[in-house]
Design a protein around this ligand. Structure first.
Ligand code: SME
Length: 178
């Protein structure tokens, strides 16, 4: 089987089954997000298919970030957020702009870092285990094309470093899923 080797991680070529070697992720958030950015770049740089890239991004993030119970995408389609590739339990499919944490991130064009989802007015509970949430709008050519949504069963799981790290990941990924 043919291997292409980039950034110290082994991948089979696109004609074979993919193989991903997860490193021991850093416990330092700055380092962790720097590692993730490199891995996301390697996983998506040669692939033009948006679904494939969102699927691998969701899997990578779900594996690398500790204490998540959901990680995935909602895509803006005809003015509504529609469920995209994700890891975790089955989730609500369509979210209007302005509704829930995801719809608020689009309406305000701003990352939502929610310490306690029970205190967020209109929070949409897809998994009763979720206690905190981070939603990052994905902007391409000045237009929001979707959001990255991360849920955690821990209270206050996400902070400003997570928000900044995930915004950097989505700045890289955005043009590759548009
Ligand atoms: N909690 C989100 C809905 C999506 S699920 O968390 C996967 C919200 O309030 O928008």
């Amino acid at each position: 089987m043919a291997f292409a080797r980039r950034e110290g991680h082994a991948f089979l070529t696109a004609t074979d089954q993919p193989m991903f070697e997860a490193p021991a992720y850093s416990s330092n958030k700055t380092e962790l997000y720097a590692e993730l950015l490199k891995q996301l770049d390697s996983l998506t740089s040669d692939e033009p298919d948006p679904v494939a890239n969102m699927a691998n991004a969701a899997a990578l993030i779900y594996e690398a970030l500790p204490d998540l119970n959901w990680a995935g995408f909602y895509r803006m389609i005809d003015g509504v957020l529609v469920l995209g590739p994700f890891q975790g339990r089955p989730a609500c499919i369509r979210i209007p702009v302005g509704r829930g944490v995801c719809g608020t991130a689009v309406a305000e064009a701003a990352t939502q870092c929610v310490r306690d989802v029970h205190e967020f007015p209109g929070h949409i509970a897809c998994d009763s285990a979720s206690r905190s949430e981070l939603v990052v709008p994905i902007v391409v050519d000045g237009r929001i094309i979707g959001v990255l949504d991360l849920d955690s069963p821990l209270l206050a799981r996400f902070d400003g470093d997570d928000a900044k790290g995930c915004e950097q990941l989505m700045a890289l990924l955005g043009p590759r899923i548009a």
